[in-house]
Design a protein around this ligand. Structure first.
Ligand code: FAD
Length: 197
């Protein structure tokens, strides 16, 4: 058994596929606007796409990846322009769009799972009289985690500043990649450790 096959065997009923067409499609973002990246990233691809639906499924996937020493590339909507969501050395494409849904709305702060599109987050809070301060122009496809990890600002920034400005991102929950993955909640200046990183 290869390490990828051993990894897949540990996923149980977590959705995953090694279908070549799907893997190729999910291993790309919008880097093709750059002739340099087109050349540098030609043929780069994951071995398998995993589509988790919960934090527990993400944890199981991360643990198995660590055990089999397989690299993980996280992908939201795949709208990044610089090849950030392209797996450079094969391994796992963690397709986070299946981990979605708004969790809570309290006075001025909405919390959502990583794979929720920015547009869906906004649609969920509008009936309650709120709206997101900033949208990327890719709001219908981009996920909130992809926007925080890869984006910087957009529609709304003329009034509210860049995403990094205090008050625009209240907190980020991250999972470490190690034998026993940890959940860490970042707030305040610590958010900059992962925002646009
Ligand atoms: C036409 C066009 C217009 C754009 N306009 C804007 C704009 O107005 N403002 C702006 O800021 N950007 C803009 N962008 C860039 C891009 O759309 C944004 O950064 C977008 O928000 C990325 O979201 P995504 O879900 O598509 O992320 P992806 O492209 O899937 O991922 C972006 C990065 O985040 C990482 N990532 C994704 N999800 C996670 C996760 N759950 N955990 C950890 N890391 C993760 C990926 O590995 C990758 O490095 C534009 C891009 C295009 C092509």
């Amino acid at each position: 058994m290869t390490s990828v096959e051993s990894f897949c065997a540990e996923l149980g009923d977590i959705a995953h596929t090694a279908d070549p067409a799907t893997v190729r499609r999910k291993s790309r973002d919008q880097f093709t606007i750059s002739p340099l990246l087109r050349e540098a990233l030609a043929g780069k691809s994951a071995d398998v796409v995993v589509s988790p639906r919960s934090k527990e499924e993400i944890r199981t996937t991360v643990k198995a990846a660590v055990r089999h020493r397989l690299p993980i590339t996280v992908r939201g909507g795949g709208t990044a322009n610089y090849g950030q969501s392209v797996p450079l050395e094969g391994g796992i494409l963690l397709d986070i769009m299946t981990y979605k849904g708004v969790i809570s709305l309290r006075e001025g702060i909405v919390r959502a799972n990583a794979g929720t599109t920015v547009n869906d987050m906004d649609a969920a809070i509008r009936p309650k009289g709120w709206e997101l301060r900033i949208h990327p122009s890719t709001t219908e496809t981009a996920t909130i985690a992809g926007f925080i990890a890869g984006g910087s600002g957009g529609i709304g920034s003329a009034q509210w500043g860049m995403l990094r400005d205090r008050g625009n991102i209240a907190a980020v929950e991250v999972m470490s990649v190690e034998d026993e993955p940890k959940l860490i909640e970042l707030t305040g200046n610590d958010i900059e450790l992962v925002h646009h990183a």
